[in-house]
Design a protein around this ligand. Structure first.
Ligand code: FES
Length: 115
C-alpha cells in the first residue's frame, strides 16, 4: 500500500515484520528499524503495534506504551524500560535475510545433564 506525501512523492504505509522470535523489522519512512519484538512493559507483541510514520514511533497494542523508533525511548504510556533498538538502516541498506545476523547469535543454553 502506498500513499501520496506532502513532498509530492509516494511512500509506503509502515509495516512491522517478525524477523525472529525476538526481533521485528519496522519498515517506516524510508528506513528499516530492527527492534526487540516484545514490549519492555509486559511483553506485548510489537508485530501488532501501531506505527506512526510521521513521528517515527511505535505503540504497543496492549497498554499503549509508545516508543521512539530512533532511540527506543518511551515517550508515552506506562512506565517501563526503553525499547531495544538494534539497528536503524536505510530502506535498501540490508537484505531481510541478513537482518537476524545483526542482532548476534541467539542465546545458548547448555544441554540438559551437562552441568
Ligand atoms: S505490554 Fe506493551 S504497553 Fe504493556
Amino acid at each position: 500500500m502506498s500513499r501520496d506525501h506532502a513532498d509530492g512523492g509516494e511512500r509506503r504505509a509502515p509495516a512491522v515484520h517478525q524477523v525472529t522470535e525476538d526481533l521485528v523489522l519496522v519498515d517506516v519512512a524510508s528506513r528499516r528499524v530492527l527492534a526487540a519484538a516484545m514490549c519492555p512493559h509486559r511483553q506485548g507483541k510489537l508485530k501488532f503495534g501501531y506505527v506512526d510514520d510521521e513521528s517515527l514511533r511505535i505503540k504497543c497494542p496492549l497498554h499503549y506504551a509508545t516508543f521512539d523508533l530512533d532511540s527506543g525511548e518511551r515517550v508515552a504510556g506506562p512506565a517501563c524500560d526503553p525499547l531495544r533498538i538494534y539497528a536503524v538502516l536505510p530502506e535498501d541498506g540490508v537484505k531481510s535475510s541478513d537482518l537476524s545476523a545483526l542482532a548476534g547469535p541467539p542465546p545458548t543454553t547448555p544441554p540438559e545433564g551437562t552441568t
